[in-house]
Design a protein around this ligand. Structure first.
Ligand code: ZN
Length: 139
């Protein structure tokens, strides 16, 4: 007996939804990996440039896209944004897409994404501590 899938379960929707959710979680992970080791609040102040202190607008916070549009620089002062941000967002976007394809929209997906975010954040913190940092942009 053939199983009838709803359109939301189609693999292309899982890929797109997983990629987008993963990219957003990647942005969250970069913020955690910057602020947690420095014992900074994770909810205040909002995302800002640590050099010019300008609060980032929503258009500056679109994962991957903002980095590409701004060519890896702060829109306001021009300082280079560390590559670890775009790498982390890309890794989590791909991992999110894979997890969404594997688990579908289930509780297992939430568990997998939580573990992926925790793991990537810990790896980013470890790598920054061992390499004296590859970027100082605070998100
Ligand atoms: Zn700036």
């Amino acid at each position: 007996m053939a199983e009838i899938l709803s359109p939301i379960d189609a693999i292309q929707y899982r890929l797109i939804a997983g990629f987008m959710a993963g990219a957003i979680l990647g942005s969250f992970s970069t913020m955690l990996s910057y602020r947690l080791p420095r014992r900074l609040s994770i909810n205040w102040p909002g995302s800002h440039c640590p050099v010019c202190k300008t609060r980032l607008r929503p258009r500056d916070l679109i994962p991957l896209l903002s980095f590409a549009v701004q060519r890896g620089k702060c829109r306001y002062c021009g300082i280079l944004i560390g590559w670890r941000y775009v790498v982390t967002e890309t890794v989590l976007a791909l991992a999110g897409a894979a997890a969404c394809v594997i688990f579908g929209f289930t509780l297992w997906l939430l568990i997998a994404l939580s573990l992926i975010v925790a793991g990537v954040t810990l790896i980013a913190i470890f790598m920054e501590r061992t390499s004296a940092g590859t970027g100082s942009y605070s998100r």
